[in-house]
Write a protein that binds this ligand. Structure first.
Ligand SMILES: [Zn+2]
Length: 641
């Protein structure tokens, strides 16, 4: 690549927490937003706005570009029953024929207030991110961006909004903004800027629990809402790990940029599963039993560390082309390998440093990432930077041929590249400095309320060079812009480990199989399968690909016998002695495919390279607490240098 609109100076964009002059001027007439979520179990949200306006033409905007989702994902198609009135009289509106998120109308002379109401129709299942399933019979995540319109001409930082929320009887809630009155089912919040409001979703439910993680120097809370009370039974050891996470994150960055921080954790099998970062909270959604099952805890482990790291990397420091200060200006994703790739690396490192993952689970997770990047064939034509530029397309791309198309690989490949950068800093400074030094310099500074400090590619290069003088520009442009077939595994090898394959699947891969309801045979014959035999993806140049199998086909039988998970595993295991024949259904037709493969079962792991120092173990060693003494691993140089 690399980008860029080169902007050499950082500017600092204070958010609504610090009232701008325009916000102060608007303070006597804020927008009043009343959201009635009492029908959340039916997944219908009623909203009413009282909006100060001036007479004349007016364009109202529905939020389109959602921060953190890196694309035009605002669910405008799910707005229904829109009614705009002034002094009790209906106002005619027209949708812009080109920009579907904009509504045009004329405010009559003598009118200074509009009443705007509509319903937001939230899906029962499916969908991506916040426009995906967000409410069940027992809980809901309320994303304010879905429930309002705003005047196009105003800056989001300058619009003051007083939000009022009604919840089903008996539901409790958590959010980063403060309430000023809180009666049985009606909560009125402090007036905040539109930016801050949209940055502060509400988690609510009938099975709800708040755990105070710290009170000093600032408050950190874990708010849980689940589809059952049983799912809220977090073990004390896990709570301790989340306290470690806060200490480790603050030790890594050296300062924080929030007044308080709240994890909003949804535990349900019936909402979309993802995490969305905010300055002072994160919207984290996972399976119902994530806190109480071993596999669930492995799936959950990296989620909160990743989203919390975003408070620094993504919210406080943000690529200039993603810091648009609006919800209707296109975002540009070319620096997502920093925003998401570095967060992926730091999030996993913090997961291990917090004790949320054991060191061996961390390594297995890294091995799985390395293997995924090694096996996907799309790097042959698509450089990594293009996955960032095209992120707004790739997040929603179908799973079929995703390895050939490439997906949002700036997460996984970004993790590998930032590990490599970490090892370069450690090598070049003889262990004096590390990527932690960069994090303190780039993301730390002084404690502050939320603010946005944008950066460019040049700013990142300058900050890396301030840590250690090195040709970082070539390092990054080479890795971001080149095509080829091999994954960048230099960080793993330089940190004293090797990617290997064995016939034993790691617990972390097993947990991922369960979460995604797939069978993962990518490293052997080159396919994934759903439980019903459907093949969502085939790796380019794998044995399955060469035999003619394609995504969308369905496995029926293995070596002449009706397939099951065990039959398939046995068939692959015996390929060293017996060829593998798969009977496949393709629409209404059946065909047997003979695979040119004799490698047996193959699952990725990391193996210690005793000729090099074990930097990886140094990287994941906690800074603020002590792990129990590890058992000897037989490595001669562990911990040296
Ligand atoms: Zn992220």
């Amino acid at each position: 690549m690399v980008p860029i609109a080169l902007r050499s100076r950082w500017s600092c964009l204070p958010l609504g927490v610090v009232l701008t002059a325009a916000v102060a001027a608007a303070a006597d007439r804020p927008i009043v937003l009343e959201v009635d979520a009492r029908e959340a179990p039916r997944r219908i949200f009623h909203t009413h706005m009282t909006m100060p306006v001036a007479a004349g033409p007016l364009t109202l905007v529905y939020p389109k570009w959602i921060p953190g989702e890196h694309g035009p994902t605002g669910p405008v198609a799910d707005v229904a029953g829109l009614k705009i009135t002034a002094a009790g009289q209906p106002i005619v509106w027209h949708r812009d024929p080109v920009e579907m998120y904009e509504l045009q109308l004329d405010v009559p002379v003598g009118i200074d207030t509009l009443d705007v109401s509509f319903d937001y129709l939230s899906p029962a299942d499916g969908g991506a991110f916040t426009s995906g399933a967000s409410a069940t019979a027992q809980l809901a995540v309320i994303s304010w961006s879905q429930l309002l319109l705003f005047p196009k001409s105003a800056r989001a930082d300058d619009l003051l909004v007083t939000a009022v929320l009604r919840l089903p009887a008996g539901w409790k809630y958590g959010t980063a903004i403060r309430s000023v009155s809180d009666t049985a089912d009606r909560i009125a919040f402090e007036p905040v800027s539109l930016t801050t409001l949209i940055d502060s979703p509400v988690l609510a439910g009938t099975h709800f629990r708040t755990i105070q993680l710290t009170t000093e120097p600032v408050e950190h809370r874990l708010c849980l809402a689940a589809d059952s009370d049983a799912a809220l039974e977090i073990k004390p050891q896990l709570t301790t790990s989340y306290k470690h996470l806060i200490a480790e994150a603050n030790a890594l960055f050296g300062a924080h940029h929030y007044r308080a921080y709240t994890f909003l954790l949804t535990l349900s099998d019936h909402t979309a599963h993802f995490g969305l970062e905010h300055h002072e909270c994160s919207d984290d959604r996972t399976i119902e039993r994530a806190l109480i099952d071993d596999d669930g805890r492995r799936i959950l482990a990296g989620l909160l560390p990743h989203e919390m790291a975003h408070s620094w990397n993504g919210k406080y420091r943000r690529p200039a082309d993603l810091a648009i200060g609006s919800f209707n200006t296109p975002m540009q994703g070319q620096l997502l390998w920093v925003y998401e790739g570095l967060t992926q690396y730091l999030g996993q490192v913090l997961t291990a440093r917090s004790g949320l993952l054991k060191p061996e689970d961390y390594r297995d997770s890294l091995a799985l990432t390395a293997s995924e990047m090694e096996e996907q064939g799309g790097r042959a034509w698509r450089p990594l930077v293009d996955t960032a530029v095209a992120a707004q397309l790739l997040y929603g791309a179908r799973p079929d041929w995703s390895a050939w198309r490439r997906s949002v690989d700036f997460y996984e490949e970004g993790e590998l590249l930032w590990l490599e950068a970490d090892t370069v800093i450690r090598r070049e400074t003889h262990g004096e400095k590390s990527l932690d030094t960069f994090c303190r310099d780039f993301f730390g500074g002084e404690d502050s309320p939320p603010q946005v400090v944008p950066y460019t590619f040049d700013d990142v290069m300058a900050a890396l060079n301030a840590v250690v003088d090195y040709d970082w520009r070539t390092f990054w442009t080479t890795r971001l812009e080149s095509t080829g077939t091999r994954a960048p595994l230099g960080g793993i090898t330089a940190s004293g480990w090797k990617l290997v394959y064995t016939k034993a699947m790691s617990p972390i891969q097993k947990a991922a199989e369960g979460e995604h309801k797939i069978i993962d045979e990518r490293a052997s014959i080159g396919i994934t399968l759903h439980d019903d035999g459907t093949i969502p993806d085939v790796l380019p140049n794998s044995a399955a690909d060469r035999s003619g199998i394609a995504p969308g086909m369905k496995l029926v039988a293995v070596n002449g016998r009706r397939w099951s998970r065990d039959i398939l595993h046995e068939g692959i295991a015996h390929t060293r002695k017996q060829p593998l024949e798969l009977l496949i259904e393709n629409g209404e037709f059946f065909k047997t495919y003979r695979l040119d493969y004799n490698g047996g079962e193959r699952y990725p792991h990391l193996e210690r390279d005793n000729t090099l120092p074990d930097l990886l173990s140094q990287i994941i060693t906690p800074r603020t607490w002590s792990l129990p003494s590890p058992k000897p691993t037989g490595s001669s140089n562990a911990g040296s240098r």
